[in-house]
Design a protein around this ligand. Sequence first.
Ligand code: BES
Ligand code: MN
Ligand code: ZN
Length: 489
Amino acid sequence: MTTTLQPEFIETDLGKIAEIQGKLAIMVDDEGKLSQAARRVNRLSRGAVERFVASGTFADMKEGEGHVLSFPAGMAAEAVQIVKLPRRPSPGLARRAGAAMGKFKGKAPLTVLAGPMTRVADIALGIVLMAYDFDARKSGDKDPAEPLVIATNRPEEAAADYAGPGAVADGVFFTRDLVNEPSNILTTTEFAERLVALKSLGVTVEVLEEDELAKLGMRTLLAVGQGSESPSKVVVMQWQGGGKEKPIALVGKGVVFDTGGISIKPAAGMEDMTMDMGGAGVVSGVMKAVAARKAKANVVGIVGLVENMPDGKATRPGDVVTSMKGDTVEIINTDAEGRLVLADCLWYTQDRFAPAAMINLATLTGAIIIGLGHENAGVFSNDDDFCKAFLKAAEAEEEGAWRMPMGPKYDQQLKSRVADMKNVGGRPAGSITAAQFLQRFVRDGQPWIHLDIAGVALTKTDTDLAPKGATGWGVRAIDRLIRDSYEAG
Ligand code: BES
Ligand code: MN
Ligand code: ZN
């Protein structure tokens, strides 16, 4: 598993700059004013920094971007990155600049000469999030976690500022590792074991096995997993950092692999369905983050872990199953399985915890990728205030989120001839009918948000704060929502 890079914050020592090994990053504002440390690098390299800053390349650079000078004369460093950044950047800009440095760092040791720069903790977070590399399944040398040193005028302050973000980075990495992991390794059993390990952080963890799920009546969830050799499981995690108040509940779709079942998917691209547990991955990452930073809030995380496989025992198209709620579902298409998993998990969550608010996350529909691409997750909600609070948190974290409409008219598409509803609503508004399906398992008056993260959980190109692959989208936004809305008092 990836270990989180731990930045070390130290006092700037101008006398030692010439001897620093590995890579070096300095920051210059868009007027080209050099800090003391940058001036020192400039002098050692016989004016290279000043010449670069006077060039058209520097003029054309956007704020937060970097440019690398290799093997500078007069210094031990192998390369110096000059990042264009004002002395007092916004948090988002500081993180994106940090990401440019994280990209530059790669596996080499990096020293950042931050000097009088503010938002040092945000810069550090950006570096750490972008320097992530999932190499657990590659043979050969593993990431030796080469050090990250940040020289600043206020090291104690920066280290204290970084404690919270560092804990959240731990959560993001937990999510990314789970989502990047192949499905032969991350079986339902292995997933549950990794969640049980959160006990060491003070999280209460229960694993509900198939016989208990059957007793609870979770037949729509079990219908998805019944064609697999891996047993279906529901894992219940609780972090009790608050008082007696009702918890915020997070519910995740954890389909460890989605073949589509008997309604089997085409071969091309099916390997991507190893990420179909992305919702459960985010729930797990948030639980790790709130526990690691000892959040003063009550948070429950519930994940439905199943594998959707075709088999002699698998659910057939046309089968009718009864949910824990009691409503019956005609399973027209076994590839619309995520909503079947969530239906029972949502009902169980409300039954047991009566949460103050409930958010579910799922890589639910391909249609949300058609609608929003990889820039925004689809946000569906029955509660304007709750939804606004979430969107505000997502915006502050620069995690793309876009509210989608809902409404009873869409329910027409879910009418079944033989059961209370069918599990698909046809091609029009595919993401909305999926949300309408979920809403049938949300009690009246229960504040609820459904996040369709199919487009943002995993990307084929780098995003602002993540290298290509699993992004961990949503861990920061939800952690911030918890901080802002549930820990304020
Ligand atoms: N896991 C998929 C959705 C998905 C697609 C996630 C692409 C990530 C990338 C989901 O279970 C699914 O198969 N949805 C179907 C629903 C349809 C059968 C109504 C889809 O989107 O095609
Ligand atoms: Mn599917
Ligand atoms: Zn799926």
